[in-house]
Write a protein of this length. Structure first.
Ligand code: ATP
Ligand code: MG
Length: 420
C-alpha cells in the first residue's frame, strides 16, 4: 500500500522551498523594520481557547477544527489561526504589566478542515501581527500599512484594500436590531447556515459566500450610518492616516466580523488576479478579545495573511530574486584514492562559507561536468591522477569555460577571485 499525503496537505519540495525562504525573509525584514518581534506559540492548544477566542458561531470553530483527545483525555486542537494563542500568551506571561503597546508577529502552519482547492488547504501557512495596548487610530493604520508594505516588497502591486468599521458593542447593538429586522422577512430565502445564525449573529449573513443569500438581503442597512461619534471619529482618523500615507482603500459596507469582541476597524486585502480565493489578508481591531479570553481590558489589533496565496500571486508576477541559491563550487573526483585530499578541500571551503558540494559516485569527468552544471555550480574543481601527481587542482570557471591550475595554498584565493 502506498501512503500519500493527507487530502489538503502538500509537500514543499526542495526546488520550491527557495521561494518560501524568499517570502519569509521579506516578511521578517518588513515586520522588523516596523518594530514587530516574533512570537512562536504551540501548534496545538486546549480546544476551549479557540471556542472562546475565535468564537463558537464561526465556521472555523463549528466546522473546521482538527480536534482530538490526547492520551489523558484532554481535548486539544491544532491551531486554526494564531490570534487566540497570542492572546493566551499575552495573558499567561502578564505582558500587560510591562510597557505597552507590544507588537508581535508570527509565521507558521495553521490547520482547518476546509474544502481543498487552489489557494485553500487543510494545512496552510499564515503570517500575522498583533499589536496590544493602543487604541490610537494611527496603530490601525500602521498594521494595515505593514500588510501593504509586505505586498509591495514582494512586488505585488495589484491589490485592493477593503475597509470598514464595525463600531463598538454599543453602537453595533442598534445596528444589529436594524439588520435583524431587515433580514427576518427574507429569512426563508437564506441558506440553512444563515437561517440558524441570523438571530444570534446577523452580521455573519453579510459575510456569507452564497450569491443567493447576498441577493436576498440586498439593500441591507449600512453599519456606517449607525456608528457612534467616537467610532465614527476613529474610522475617519484611520482613513485620514492611510490617505496621508498615500494608501488607497475601498470603503466596503459588507466587510464585517460578527463577534462582539471585534471593534472598529475591519479590513481585507484581495488580489483579484489570483482567482476565486482572492483574499490574501484579513484583520481588524479586537478591543474585547483579551478580556473574553480571561485577561484585562486591553485593546488590540492585528491581521493574518495567507502565505500560499502570496505565492500564488507572485507566480503571476515576474520575480527575479526567488531563484534557487546556486552552488559556488563542485568538487569532481575521479577515484576513491583521492578522498584524503578531497575531504580537506571540501572542509576548508565550507568553513570559509563557500557553498560547496562534491561527487560521490566517481563518474567520468564529462558526466560530473554535466551534474555540476545541473547544480548550477559556478566553479568546478577537478581532482584526478594528473592533479595529484603535480600537486595541483584544476579550476574550471563554468561561466567563462576557462580552466586554470592552483596549488592547495593558492586555491582559496583563486576561488574567491572568481566568485567576486
Ligand atoms: P475564507 O473566507 O476565504 O475562508 P477566512 O475568513 O477563513 O477566509 P481568515 O481566517 O481571515 O480567512 O484568514 C486570513 C487569511 O488566511 C485569508 O485571507 C487567506 O489568505 C488565508 N487562509 C484562510 N484559510 C485558508 C486555507 N484553508 N488555505 C489557505 N489559506 C487560507
Ligand atoms: Mg475560512
Amino acid at each position: 500500500m502506498q501512503v500519500k499525503a493527507p487530502r489538503g496537505t502538500y509537500d514543499i519540495m526542495p526546488d520550491d522551498v527557495n521561494k518560501w525562504h524568499y517570502v519569509e525573509r521579506i516578511i521578517r525584514q518588513t515586520a522588523e523594520t516596523f518594530g514587530y518581534a516574533e512570537i512562536r506559540t504551540p501548534i496545538f492548544e486546549h480546544t476551549e481557547l479557540f471556542e472562546r477566542g475565535v468564537g463558537d458561531t464561526t465556521d472555523i470553530v463549528s466546522k473546521e477544527m482538527y480536534t482530538f483527545q490526547d492520551r489523558s483525555n484532554r481535548s486539544l486542537t491544532l491551531r486554526p489561526e494564531n490570534t487566540a494563542s497570542c492572546v493566551r500568551a499575552f495573558i499567561e506571561h502578564s505582558v500587560a504589566g510591562g510597557i505597552l503597546p507590544v507588537k508581535w508577529y508570527y509565521m507558521g502552519p495553521m490547520f482547518r478542515y476546509d474544502r481543498p482547492q487552489a489557494g485553500r488547504y487543510r494545512q496552510f501557512h499564515q503570517f500575522g501581527v498583533e499589536a496590544f495596548g493602543s487604541n490610537n487610530p494611527a496603530m490601525d493604520a500602521e498594521v494595515i500599512s505593514l500588510a501593504l508594505e509586505i505586498l509591495a516588497n514582494l512586488g505585488l502591486t495589484d491589490y485592493e484594500l477593503h475597509l470598514n468599521s464595525v463600531g463598538c458593542p454599543q453602537c453595533r447593538e442598534i445596528y444589529r436590531e436594524k439588520l435583524i429586522a431587515h433580514i427576518r422577512p427574507v429569512k426563508e430565502q437564506l441558506c440553512a447556515d444563515c437561517q440558524t445564525r441570523f438571530e444570534k449573529n446577523p452580521l455573519r449573513v453579510l459575510d456569507c459566500k452564497l450569491n443567493s443569500c447576498q441577493a436576498a438581503i440586498a439593500g441591507f442597512p449600512n453599519i456606517y450610518d449607525y456608528l457612534c461619534p467616537d467610532c465614527s471619529e476613529h474610522y475617519s482618523q484611520v482613513r485620514k492616516n492611510l490617505s496621508d500615507n498615500k494608501s488607497s482603500f475601498i470603503h466596503d459596507n459588507q466587510l464585517v466580523r460578527g463577534l462582539d469582541y471585534y471593534t472598529n476597524t475591519a479590513f481585507e486585502i484581495t488580489i483579484p488576479q489570483i482567482g476565486a480565493q482572492s483574499a490574501v489578508a484579513g484583520g481588524g481591531r479586537y478591543n474585547g478579545l483579551v478580556k473574553a479570553c480571561g485577561g484585562t481590558d486591553m485593546q488590540g489589533i492585528g491581521f493574518a495573511m495567507g502565505m500560499e496565496r502570496l505565492l500564488l500571486a507572485m507566480a503571476s508576477v515576474e520575480n527575479g530574486p526567488i531563484n534557487a541559491p546556486k552552488l559556488d563550487v563542485f568538487l569532481a573526483l575521479m577515484d576513491d584514492k583521492y578522498e584524503p585530499q578531497a575531504v580537506q578541500i571540501l572542509s576548508g571551503l565550507r568553513r570559509a562559507g563557500i557553498k560547496t558540494d562534491r561527487d560521490y559516485n566517481y563518474r567520468s569527468a564529462k558526466a560530473q561536468m554535466k551534474y555540476a552544471d545541473k547544480l548550477g555550480a559556478r566553479i568546478v574543481l577537478l581532482l584526478g591522477e594528473d592533479e595529484i601527481q603535480r600537486g595541483i587542482i584544476t579550476i574550471r570557471d563554468m561561466q567563462s569555460r576557462e580552466q586554470s591550475e592552483a596549488s592547495t595554498e593558492e586555491l582559496m584565493a583563486a576561488i574567491k577571485a572568481i566568485l567576486e
